[in-house]
Design a protein around this ligand. Sequence first.
Ligand code: C5P
Length: 231
Amino acid sequence: MWQAMTTAKRETSAPSFVIALDGPAASGKGTLARRLARHFGYAHLDTGLIYRAVGMKLARAGEDPSDVARATAVSLGLVAADLDAPDLRGDEAADAASKVAVIPGVRAALLAFQQNFAAHPPGGAAGAVLDGRDIGTVVCPGAQAKLYVTASAEIRAERRLKELREIGVGAIYARVLQDLKERDARDRGRDTAPLAQASDAFVLDTSALDADQAFAAALAFIETRNRADRA
Ligand code: C5P
């Protein structure tokens, strides 16, 4: 699969400009990543979706996402169409994703695809924006621009609640907050590629920023990296 998704090589030999966005759940990094990719004409990869696809293949079949052998086998056999499944955005998928994501064999199976996407963005794009948990630290440690997008757990829970209500999912704040905290703890505490801020990342705390302000701050930082890259 993974090769088939990245066969469109860029026509120039200049290295791809890679923007790495990491951060905890509901920090706003997904929205920001999509907007940055659109602004620069770069390809975008939501790496969480890959882990969600693996987790949901198991959950749908009534299997345990924590089963190391099964989760590893599923991640090795993932195909592009698996990322289009309609049930990947919900909380069940998020939970299953964070369970398969602690398994080193799963992470190893998914690493080459992500790195290939960054080095050879599909569609011949001159760069790629990847968002996730370990992009600046493990997947693309050489990324030209790294951002760590964060916000307080309470603000993130409020944003998540609003999103859920907008898609018609009834949820209560206390439960959303607890789920977020549990997922954060699992993502930060795992041994392999935990959620962490790269030492050279620009920290963007969006607690007091709206989407436009977060975008403007990210853009200002990336422009400085762009200039440094060209110098
Ligand atoms: O970003 P999103 O909420 O879709 O990610 C779902 C889960 O997938 C995360 O909680 C995390 O456990 C896992 N993940 C990861 N590494 C990434 C992206 C996501 O471990 N690069």
